[in-house]
Structure formats: structure tokens, C-alpha cells
Design a protein around this ligand. Structure first.
Ligand SMILES: [Fe+2]
Ligand SMILES: [Fe+2]
Length: 201
């Protein structure tokens, strides 16, 4: 890479390294990708916690107590993932997405809305969300496995948890939800859009 391009890629606001030398392009790119990964995964886990919390709350006021407890268990599992990303972001000095308050509200809205449509719609929401997250983790694991093997191993564990949530939702009747194809497509499209936005800002 020429010096001209290197200078153009480093904004004035970038803090120089302690040695006063700007980061090498390869190193800078890896750091940038790590920031994207931690930011988007943190956003995804935050949303997951709020979706399950909202669904659990709605069903706790109905005879579906067992389902409410099940969703509470999944909320706690997502909270473990979220706590880990909070710690990793502090460790690597990465800020959360500016969209955090919006995602929190959107996730609660999605949770309440799908729960009000009934247990099967709630499961369809879970399947849609978890299948997008699972694929996204798989891409990140592939990306990180040589460069950051420890982080890749953690993401593998989280991905397994998401697959467990998805399989549970399918076995509980996700595919029998009213307007399942539309519901699933809309939720998945929303998740993919949120991923793209959260990686960037
Ligand atoms: Fe999760
Ligand atoms: Fe999950």
C-alpha cells in the first residue's frame, strides 16, 4: 500500500499509538473487524435478552406459565452471552452501537407483539431470530478461527446455545404459527438489517 493511501485512510482524530506510529494497515483492519464483531454481537445478545424478557412477561399473565418460565430460562442464557460481550468490549475498549436504545425498544416490541399473537408465533420469532444469529456467528467463527482462536471458540459455544434455542422453538410448533412464512421472513429481514447497521455504527 502506498504512503498516500495510508495517510488518506487514517482520520485526523485517530489517536497515535504510544510509539507515535500509526497502526499498520493489516493490524488496523483486524482491529476494525474485531470492533465490528463485538459491537454487533453485543447488540444481538442485548436484543435477544429483551425479546425473551418481553415474551416471558406477556405469557406470565396467561395460563402459559410453563412457556413463560422456559422463555425466562432462555433470557438468562442470553444474559450470559451479553455479559461476556460487555466484558470483551471493556477489555478491548470498544463502544456499543449508537442504536442500542432503539434495538432495546424494537426487541421489546417484537417480543410483546409475537407473544400476543400466541405461543406458536413466539416460537416462530425465536426460530427466525436464532437462525439469523446462528449463521452470523458461523461467518464470524470462520473469519476469526486463525486470527483470534480463543474468541472463535467462545462464539462456537454461543452458536451452539442459539441452535439449541432454535431447535426448541421448532419442536414447540414454530412452523404452525399463523402466517408463518411472512412472520419468519419479516423477522429475519429485520435482524439482517439490524446486523448491518450495528456493525457500522
Ligand atoms: Fe445469545
Ligand atoms: Fe439464543
Amino acid at each position: 500500500m502506498s504512503d498516500d493511501i495510508l495517510v488518506e485512510e487514517i482520520p485526523e482524530a485517530v489517536t497515535p499509538t504510544p510509539s507515535g506510529v500509526p497502526p499498520r494497515p493489516g493490524k488496523g483492519a483486524a482491529r476494525h473487524r474485531l470492533e465490528e464483531i463485538l459491537r454487533v454481537d453485543h447488540a444481538g445478545e442485548l436484543a435477544a435478552v429483551h425479546i425473551y424478557r418481553a415474551q416471558s412477561m406477556v405469557f406470565s399473565a396467561t395460563p402459559e406459565r410453563a412457556l413463560s418460565n422456559d422463555l425466562k430460562r432462555m433470557e438468562f442464557e442470553e444474559q450470559v452471552h451479553l455479559d461476556r460481550f460487555n466484558a470483551l468490549m471493556r477489555e478491548h475498549d470498544v463502544r456499543p452501537t449508537v442504536m442500542t436504545p432503539v434495538w432495546r425498544l424494537a426487541a421489546m416490541g417484537l417480543g410483546v407483539g409475537t407473544a400476543l399473537l400466541g405461543p406458536k408465533a413466539a416460537h416462530a420469532c425465536t426460530e427466525a431470530v436464532e437462525s439469523v444469529i446462528e449463521k452470523h456467528y458461523a461467518e464470524q467463527i470462520e473469519d476469526l478461527k486463525d486470527r483470534e482462536p480463543d474468541l472463535a471458540a467462545e462464539l462456537m459455544k454461543f452458536r451452539d446455545d442459539e441452535i439449541g434455542h432454535k431447535d426448541h422453538a421448532v419442536s414447540a410448533g414454530a412452523h404452525q404459527a399463523p402466517a408463518y412464512p411472512l412472520l419468519s421472513a419479516v423477522v429475519q429481514a429485520g435482524c439482517r438489517l439490524a446486523i448491518k447497521i450495528s456493525e457500522k455504527i
